[in-house]
Design a protein around this ligand. Structure first.
Ligand SMILES: Nc1ncnc2c1ncn2[C@@H]1O[C@H](COP(=O)(O)OP(=O)(O)OP(=O)(O)O)[C@@H](O)[C@H]1O
Ligand SMILES: [Mg+2]
Length: 253
């Protein structure tokens, strides 16, 4: 087994990147797939979504940028949920005098790939060295996006980073999927935005998406994936469909 590495990214903030990483991991884990979540965003929200927050001095995924593969392996811990491990964020991490080598995360992840079916990397809403490191380690990118007018521009900006990294640093980065979130096709603006995204990026790259569901926010507030908070809510069905896409399209690739 060698894990498919999937970065969950967008230039825009608040587009459900963390929600997607946490709840996709939960669904993959429930199906018996072994998942590792890397909480690369120093906000540490992916860890919180599983109820995990490292204490002072405990190892974090950001130690990778100082200590390489052994440091990443030390940061990995089990979550309370089946088949999901997590490397938590260092909420105080700052890039030091040594710049982050673009290939550092990819190299450190290599020995761990044999232990998992999927590695999900939650990234922050920025185009910094950490994002480049995440894209340099990934095989595929999942881009959660709201269907607002600015979405096409935000996804377009992000797509430029994706193309640059795929062309210069990481030939394995060969797939991008757009995941509309808070989808309500009764709203004209959403239908128009969806059509523009399909036109610009291709219908096959555009997934059905996740409907609005307050249970997602409630689940996050109670520090658990929605599947374990309110198993019959509609976003669970939507994350099952996303998981099908990931299992049958992304991981098979
Ligand atoms: N389908 C949905 N329905 C309702 N609320 C949602 C949905 N998806 C996400 N949310 C809520 O939207 C907010 C932003 O989500 P989230 O934190 O996952 O975004 P993010 O892209 O990770 O943000 P950041 O850019 O700060 O990392 C959260 O309060 C979350 O609970
Ligand atoms: Mg986030």
């Amino acid at each position: 087994m060698t894990a498919a590495v999937i970065a969950v990214s967008n230039r825009k903030g608040g587009t459900a990147k963390t929600t997607t990483a946490v709840n996709l991991a939960a669904e993959l884990g429930a199906r018996g797939r072994r998942v590792l979540v890397l909480d690369l965003d120093t906000q540490g929200h992916a860890g919180l979504g599983f109820g995990l927050r490292p204490g002072p001095g405990e190892p974090t995924v950001h130690d990778t940028f100082r200590g390489g593969a052994p440091a990443l392996a030390r940061a990995v811990r089990a979550t309370p949920y089946p088949n999901i491990d997590l490397a938590p964020a260092d909420r105080g991490f700052e890039v030091g005098p040594e710049p982050i080598a673009p290939a550092s995360l990819a190299r450190a992840l290599d020995p761990l790939r044999a232990h998992y079916d999927a590695v999900l990397i939650d990234t922050s809403p920025s185009a910094d060295a950490l994002l480049v490191a995440a894209l340099a380690a990934a095989d595929h990118v999942l881009v959660p996006t709201l269907l607002h007018h600015l979405a096409v521009d935000g996804v377009g900006q992000f797509a430029r980073s994706y193309v640059r990294v795929a062309a210069t640093l990481n030939p394995r980065l060969t797939g991008i999927s757009l995941l509309p979130v808070q989808v309500d096709m009764r709203v004209t603006m959403q239908r128009e935005t969806r059509a523009r995204l399909a036109e610009r990026f291709g219908e096959t790259r555009l997934l059905a998406g996740i409907r609005p569901d307050i249970a997602l926010a409630e689940a996050f507030g109670s520090h658990r994936p929605v599947k374990y908070h309110k198993p019959r809510t509609r976003s669970v069905v939507d994350f099952e469909a996303l998981c099908d896409h990931v299992c049958f399209r992304v991981m098979q690739h």
